[in-house]
Structure formats: structure tokens, C-alpha cells
Design a protein around this ligand. Structure first.
Ligand SMILES: NC(=O)C1=CN([C@@H]2O[C@H](COP(=O)(O)OP(=O)(O)OC[C@H]3O[C@@H](n4cnc5c(N)ncnc54)[C@H](OP(=O)(O)O)[C@@H]3O)[C@@H](O)[C@H]2O)C=CC1
Ligand SMILES: O=C(O)C1=N[C@H](C(=O)O)C[C@H](O)C1
Length: 247
């Protein structure tokens, strides 16, 4: 039997690519492709949904899904701690429902985040540069936020102190944003899809980790994996790594 999938943001860059990937998968069926102005009643009958809309719409969409018994994968970025808490609220009393937040569906990007967290404890300095197409509305990217959070956690666990940084004069914010104390720099450049670099420095050496998505196809194996497996973990899960055997 096929799994019925609803796609929210179906006319967008990611949503339209996801619709095609679902239609091409023999075990999945595109039950609904919804965008702005469409009636969410069309969610009824779907088994799972994936959201590629905008940060201020994702939590409301997740609520609409859960209320209709549909487990949901949130690919939309900008899921801050506050929005994550709202998602916990959405799940209260909804026995068996699953919400999976995926900052990045590309396996390479998931690995980059993992490698950065592994390397973090060995380096005094670390900075993140994320590069995206200029249509992206949020900064820093969800992937960079997640990477910074996991790198910061690894540094705390290793007992590392604050990053060495003598800057006291930065009137234009040239040192970037700080996410959990980690500097994050956002580039918006025509021609880019999505890239991330993590730069780690220690006396006499540097390690640079980089991942590039050249095409939105790079996200599709992860999207299909998430849709197929989201219902295995009731409640709120963050990160595709929960479904990957990364050791
Ligand atoms: N997790 C991952 O691996 C990836 C995540 N993303 C994220 O996915 C999201 C979408 O990106 P992208 O496809 O490039 O953006 P687009 O702007 O191309 O697509 C978003 C679509 O959602 C529609 N939309 C807006 N609000 C709603 C709503 N309330 N209900 C239904 N549809 C709505 C938009 O309509 P309108 O244009 O009329 O507003 C648009 O058609 C972003 O947050 C992005 O960061 C992107 C790539 C990979
Ligand atoms: O908006 C995008 O394009 C992307 N958004 C996600 C993010 O914010 O990290 C994932 C990927 O970087 C592409």
C-alpha cells in the first residue's frame, strides 16, 4: 500500500521539487499539494506531510496537520527555540503524532554538522560561513544554527572557554552574528543554492569543512527518507540524523 503525502508550499522551489520526487517514488502517493490560500481540509486522508513554506507559517501548519492526524516533517528553516517550544505544545495530548524538524535534508550537510561537532573540541577557534541564494528570507540558515548549537555543546562538554577574539571595535558587525557564542556569517549570492563552511583553527593549523548543494535534488533522498520514517518516532524529533546510523 502506498503512503499518502501532502506537500505544503507546493508551488515553491523546494515544495515543487518535493512534489516531483514523491510522484516518482513507487511507495508514495501525492495526496495534496497545498500553497498559500489553499484549504487545509485537503490534508484529511494524508498519512504524512512535509512543510516547505516560511518560518512564520510552519508551526501553524504543523498544528493543522497534527489536528487532522497527519504526522509532519518540517523542512522550513527559522525554527527557533521559541517555535520549537510551540511545536511541543502542538503535540500535547496528540497521542502517537510525530513532528520531525529537519534543518537540512542533504546527507552531506548532516555529515558536515556531525564532523564539525566531532572536531570542535580539538580547536580553540571556530567560525561558520553559510552561503545561499538571495531569495532566502531567513538568516542565519537553519543548518548554520544547528551546526553552531552542536559545536557549542561539544565545546562546553570539552571544557573549552570562550573563543579567542580580541575584537572590541566592530561598529558594522563585521564579526557576524553569534549563535550559542559561535560566530556565524551569512552570504547571499546570486548563483548559490546552499553551502556551508566550518573553519576551525588552532596554533599553526586550520581545518576547513565544506558542503555544497548545487541543486535542490540534493535534498530529495533525505526528504523521502523523512517521509517514509517520520511515524517511527512519536513526539518531536530534530535532525535527520535520528534516522541515520552515524555511529
Ligand atoms: N531543510 C532543508 O533541507 C531545506 C529547507 N529549505 C527551507 O524551506 C523553506 C522554503 O524554501 P523555498 O522553497 O526556497 O521557498 P519558496 O519561497 O520558493 O517557497 C515557499 C512556498 O510556500 C508558500 N507559502 C508561504 N506561506 C504559506 C502557507 N502559510 N501555507 C502554504 N504555503 C505557503 C509560498 O507562497 P508565496 O510565495 O505566495 O509566499 C511559496 O510558494 C525555507 O524555509 C527554506 O529555508 C530549503 C531548502 C532545503
Ligand atoms: O533556504 C534554503 O535554500 C535552505 N534552507 C535551509 C537552511 O536554512 O539551512 C537548508 C539549506 O541550507 C537550504
Amino acid at each position: 500500500m502506498t503512503m499518502k503525502v501532502a506537500v505544503l508550499g507546493a508551488r515553491g522551489r523546494m515544495g515543487s521539487t518535493a512534489c516531483r520526487a514523491v510522484e516518482a517514488a513507487p511507495d508514495l502517493e501525492l495526496a495534496a499539494g497545498l500553497d498559500v490560500g489553499d484549504d487545509l481540509a485537503a490534508l484529511v486522508g494524508a498519512d504524512v506531510a512535509v512543510d516547505f513554506t516560511r518560518p512564520d507559517a510552519a508551526v501553524g501548519n504543523a498544528r493543522a496537520c497534527v489536528e487532522r492526524g497527519v504526522s509532519v516533517v518540517i523542512g522550513t528553516s527559522g525554527i527557533t527555540a521559541e517555535r520549537q517550544a510551540e511545536l511541543e505544545g502542538v503535540l500535547e495530548g496528540a497521542t502517537g503524532a510525530s513532528v520531525l524538524v529537519v534543518p537540512n535534508f542533504s546527507i552531506g550537510a548532516v555529515l558536515l554538522t556531525r564532523f564539525a561537532a566531532t572536531a570542535a573540541r580539538f580547536y580553540e577557534s571556530v567560525e561558520i560561513v553559510e552561503m545561499h541564494h538571495p531569495q532566502k528570507i531567513d538568516a542565519p540558515s537553519g543548518t548554520a544554527r544547528r551546526t553552531a548549537q552542536l559545536v557549542a555543546a561539544a565545546r562546553r562538554e570539552a571544557g573549552l572557554g570562550p573563543l579567542p577574539d580580541a575584537t572590541t571595535d566592530d561598529p558594522d558587525g563585521a564579526r557576524g552574528a553569534r549563535v550559542d557564542g559561535i560566530p556565524v556569517h551569512a552570504v547571499r549570492l546570486r548563483g548559490m543554492v546552499a553551502s556551508e563552511e566550518v573553519l576551525l583553527g588552532a596554533p599553526g593549523e586550520a581545518l576547513t569543512l565544506r558542503h555544497d548543494s548545487f541543486d535542490r535534488e540534493s535534498f530529495m533522498p533525505g526528504v523521502l527518507l523523512a517521509l517514509r520514517r517520520v511515524r517511527e518516532r512519536p513526539g518531536l524529533t530534530v535532525g535527520l540524523e535520528a534516522y541515520l546510523d552515524l555511529g
